[in-house]
Each structure stands twice: as structure tokens, then as C-alpha cells.
Write a protein that binds this ligand. Sequence first.
Ligand SMILES: Cc1ncc(COP(=O)(O)O)c(C=O)c1O
Length: 363
Amino acid sequence: MQVKFVDLGRQYQDLRSEILDTVDKVFNSGWYVLGPNLEKFEEKFAEYCGVKHAIGVGNGSDALYLILASLGVGPGDEVITAPNSFVASAAAVDRTGATTVFCDVGEDMNLDPSKLEEALTERTKVVMPVHLTGRIAKMEQISQFVKRHGLLLVEDAAQAVGAKQNEKRAGSFGVAAGFSLHPLKNLFVHGDGGMITTNSDDLASHIREFRNHGLRNRDEAGFWGINSRLDEVQAAVALIKLKHLDHWNARNQEIAKAYSKALKDFVRVPEEEAGEIGVYHRYMIRTNQREELAEFLLSHEVETKVNYPIPLHLMPASNKLETCSYPMCEQLSKTILSLPIYPTMTDQEVHWVISKVKQFFYK
Ligand SMILES: Cc1ncc(COP(=O)(O)O)c(C=O)c1O
């Protein structure tokens, strides 16, 4: 049996006629940008996340940039974030002219609130936790730190659509949050897409102009903005998919549970704390035999990935930053392995993965 790391075509097959019908309607309408589908999706996404506003943008990277720049983050400012993220988290900060300051992560692979103090300087303006693997960072402690020091809290929720902590959804904890609708995310469109959530009326209206060239009306720009909009076709497709998201996330949770139950005696499995509902964008195990296990699984046609093998502070792109070492992040980068997890995985495939991991350790 072959188990791919992701299989996006299967989800498409399940929704094919609805998607094709919808795309056809949008194409026929002649209205492709900033139209009724985007408006509707923004309304539904805000409702889903439990916030006042949602704004559709071109991708998750632009979402983070638009938020930070709209908050006035720029040269001379510092943004604290996690070093074990996708490159976009640090790149978004850099694009504003501000400096990324990394802070080590904890056992949950997310920002360690007890380390934030070390990263703080008089230039710190924002703390931006990344909800890695679809698990929300320790928001209560992070929020307290942010309040204590008069900072702003921005969530990089790119991987965490639908995740909950104490009944609050990802995207509703800070001043704003950025989501990605990239094909590898739990809620994805067929190309690039991103969303911003916020409860602030002022921030929302500024970002709405910013993503549309800075235009306040058809002819007049209040400031120079960028062109980063979720188009009508993608918004219409996202509207279809949003209806299925909870059900898909529940299937991911079911698979994660099966993995954890079967594998906990062989590898370190993700743990959930009380009040936490992760959406398992990735299911990451930890083992000192990472390379050997990955190779063994591949020889049995089970694809795995490492998210991410190079911490951000060790990338050439970070050369100009004054970075220290972040021991937990570095250790994780050498031991983590992501197993296949997606809602359309069959029980047989899940059991095949489990049996092959076990077989490796029994060898
Ligand atoms: C943590 C994180 N932040 C930001 C992004 C950027 O999103 P996008 O690829 O839609 O630009 C991603 C997506 O890959 C991500 O995983």
C-alpha cells in the first residue's frame, strides 16, 4: 500500500460537481475581484472564528505583512516570534523594515512564555506566536506578557484554522491574525489565498484599503497600498469548503488519536492539554532515529516530511539578525517527523502507517 503525505485530489473528487458548478457561475458572472462571493466568505469566516471582521487577501504571507504594517510596525521596531516556523513568519516582519527577534519554544513546539522576557527590549512592539501544527500557543500567558509590557499580540494562525483553546478559536486572541488558504492547509483554495481576522473596526477598514492599492474609493488613494485580494473564484470555493471544515478537522483529530494511542510507547507523540482542541495540520512525532525511520517508512511507500529541518535563525536569510541559540527549537529540528494526516485518509492507510512505524521499532 502507498500512503502519500497529502492527497489533495481526493478532496476535489468529493466536491467536484459543486466546485465546478460554482466556478462556472463565477466565470459567467463576469465579476472576478472584490465581489459578492468574497463579501459572503469574509462574513462567514469572521462568524466561524468568532470575530467582527475577516478580510480576504492574496496569501498568508501578505496577511501577516498587511497586519504588521497596518499596526505601524516598521524600521526600529522588533517583533518576537518562534524560530521553528515556515519562512513566511520572519519574512513578513522583514518586509515591514522591522527586526525579527526569535524566542525559543516549549515542549508544545510553540512560543515558550517563560522565555519571552529574554527576547524583550525597549524596541519590542509585537509578539507573534505561530500556532504550529494547528495547535494554539499558550495564549493566556502570552497575552498576560503582552499586556504587562504594553505590546501588541498578532497571531500567525496560518496552520490553525478551526483550532480552539478554552472555547476560543484561533484568530480571536490578539489584535489581529493571519491565516493561509494555501493548498497544504486544512481549509484550502485551489491556488493561493489568505485571511485576516480582527475585532478592530479601524484596523479592518485600513487593511481593506491597504490590500486594494490604498484606494479609499475608485479613484483616490489615501496611501500607497498593495494589490493582495482573495479573488471571487477562490472565495466561492472557500465558501463551499468552510461548511466541511469542522468535519474534516474532526477526522484529523480521529486519525491523530489513533496514531497517538498506537505509537506512544515507541515515539514521543503530541499531547493535548485540557481545553485544547488542535486541528492537526501536521501530526508530528519525535524520535532520535528520525532519519532511519523516515527512510524505512519510505521504503514501505509511506511518505513523511520534516516541518522544518532548518530553524529560521540558522538560515542564511537570518544572517543580519543577532540571533542566539534556541536549544529546544534546534533539538526539535533534529527529531521531529510529520506523518501523513488528512481527512480523506482511509482507516486502512492509517493502520498501514501505524504498523510500519511499529515494525521499524520491533526490527
Ligand atoms: C506558519 C506559517 N506562516 C505563514 C505562512 C504563509 O502562508 P502562505 O503560504 O499562504 O503565504 C505559512 C504557510 O505556508 C505558514 O505555515
